[in-house]
Write a protein that binds this ligand. Sequence first.
Ligand SMILES: [Zn+2]
Length: 242
Amino acid sequence: MSSTSAHRELAELLTTGCHILAEQSILDGFGHLSARLPERADHFMIPRGISPALVTPDDFIVLDLDGNVVSGGGQPNSEWPIHASAYAARPDVQSVLHSHARLSRIFSLSRRKLRGLLTGSAKEWKDGVPVYRYAGLITTRERGDVVAATLGSGSAALLRGHGDVVVGPSVSATVLKAITLGQNADAFHELLSHGDEPEAWSDEELQAWVMPRRGSSEGAAGQPNRAWDYYVARVTGALPFR
Ligand SMILES: [Zn+2]
């Protein structure tokens, strides 16, 4: 496959991801989803500065890790360093999301840590999703590097009073992780709203939540990715009912 058609395919995949996240109210007028170029570890594809809900495959630009536009037309989003620093710090990361998701903002301001409570979250976030605590938009690589350090080896971090950053080994994994983060936050938020306090899982119980990947939301090799297929159908009008 030529790099031109490979880039077009990646732009189409990112467009679908943006639309799924917008439909889930994770992205709105702001926020952005990107992917590292498979053939250039120091380049990534990201929409120009427009609402992700309105993105088409023609709206993507390629940036280097210093924020220079390598190809495509339009201005980068001001918070491009969130992406550049995550790609620089984490060779395993192939896709990065920055969102202003409502529940991420709420928990970023809470003195209570957003802990993992549900099946897909319990183990990874048993000690809480880390929080980047500093004020201001992430418009420099210096700030981006602090966000990446907050993220560590994890898949998500909250940005205090601002939103979150979610990373993954593929576009679909990052999108689905952001949905999982929101569902977990929703359950926790609901319980707290009732004045309830969820019981912590024991280490033995957490081990029981480590499941084989077959048919899971991560879409193991050779297996259908059920969750991704479902969310794609929601934004492409392919659900077999209305
Ligand atoms: Zn932001």
